[in-house]
Ligand binder design. Structure first.
Ligand code: AMP
Ligand code: MN
Length: 342
């Protein structure tokens, strides 16, 4: 259904909403105070989805808190409402009517404890959501959680203000990999069109999100690519990073966002795996791929998740002990994906 149809259909709009969205709308309208959260190490979609939702709840006269386990990357700090996000690993006696969890296939992905016995509203677009909420709205066809938040805000009858539009656009711009990924639909562009109409400048957004690197990040890019290895006759790029590399380049963990996409700009490369060795010795594994190379299947074998072209998981180190098994599984996924390529 197009937005125009919806606009002319205000009186009966709720009758045509998907089940999860209808239940969510009712749950929100009948409650007063909310805590919003999303996954640890937030990205543009989690930040944009949470803040768009927070501004919409403000407009409805609701009380809102946002609690995240980790701070957002530096270049998101100037976006509207960022100062509202509390950083805490635990919420004691939240005293709220409902928790809205965005972008999490299970509650533990938030990294925020103390929410387990709350009335949970689960909004997610990742495959394999565990439907852990009292209300669950799960739409794998959404290119970003921000798309779902747009629909929810519309269903709630809240006006698309410049602040809300900025956050919806941020969510979509980042989660589609700046309009690279296969999950983009006409609805994605329709929502972006509405955001631009509401005052968002795509040029300004692209500069703020993608052209705001620190010098440390530029140096890190050089070090990562210098250290890059190729496998599977150049079809797979393997990146590796640890705290020594961050210190040597004057960069931080937050500076690693987006860097995994760099090798994909080489035509031959079909997939990238990025091993980040953490302080504790655990290895965070991020994967990206092109077309039908399904890295989510690899992630789910190792207890993680994500999407076909962007997925991840964490394993216990050391890296040397796990590297080869992961690489060979991705090489298998590349072979399967290339078979079905037209
Ligand atoms: P990342 O490489 O961390 O940007 O993650 C890529 C995608 O995989 C995102 O959609 C994440 O939500 C998802 N993902 C990453 N790690 C995990 C995990 N441990 N469990 C479930 N999903 C994950
Ligand atoms: Mn997302």
């Amino acid at each position: 259904m197009t937005a125009t149809n919806r606009d002319t259909d205000k009186g009966t709009r709720s009758a045509s909403l998907p089940d999860g969205l209808e239940a969510l709308r009712t749950a929100i309208l009948t409650r007063h105070s909310f805590l919003i959260t999303s996954h640890a190490r937030p990205d543009g979609d989690s930040i944009g989805s949470q803040l768009a939702m927070a501004f919409a709840l403000d407009a409805l006269g609701k009380q809102v808190r946002i609690v995240n386990a980790d701070p957002a990357p530096e270049h998101y700090q100037d976006f509207p409402g960022m100062d509202r996000i509390e950083i805490a690993p635990r919420v004691e006696r939240p005293g709220i009517d409902a928790v809205i969890v965005m972008e999490c296939s299970d509650l533990s992905r938030t990294g925020v404890s103390g929410l387990e016995s709350q009335f949970i509203l689960n909004i997610d677009h990742h495959a394999g959501n565990h439907m852990y909420g009292a209300v669950n709205w799960h739409d794998e066809t959404a290119a970003a959680c921000g798309e779902m938040v747009f629909e929810l805000i519309e269903a709630l009858g809240v006006e698309l203000t410049p602040e809300i539009a900025t956050h919806i656009y941020l969510a979509i711009l980042t989660d589609t990999g700046s309009f690279h990924h296969s999950n983009i639909t006409p609805r994605t562009f329709e929502i972006c069109r509405r955001c631009v109409e509401a005052g968002v400048s795509p040029a300004v957004m692209a500069r703020r999100v993608f052209d705001s690197n620190s010098f440390g990040k530029l140096k890190l890019i050089g070090a990562l690519l210098d250290d890059m290895e190729l496998a599977d006759e150049g079809r797979l790029a393997v990146l590796r990073m640890d705290d020594q590399m961050l210190a040597a380049t004057g960069s931080t963990h937050n500076d690693t966002e987006g860097l995994i996409n760099l090798p994909l700009t080489a035509r031959e490369i079909q997939a990238v795996v990025f091993f980040k060795v953490t302080e504790t010795g655990d290895v965070r594994v991020s994967m990206r791929s092109k077309y039908d190379v399904d890295v989510r299947c690899v992630a789910s074998e190792f207890g993680g998740g994500g999407h076909k072209n962007a997925a991840g998981f964490t394993v216990a180190g050391p890296l040397l002990a796990v590297r080869d098994a992961i690489v060979s599984r991705i090489v298998g996924a590349i072979a399967e994906g290339l078979q079905s390529r037209p």
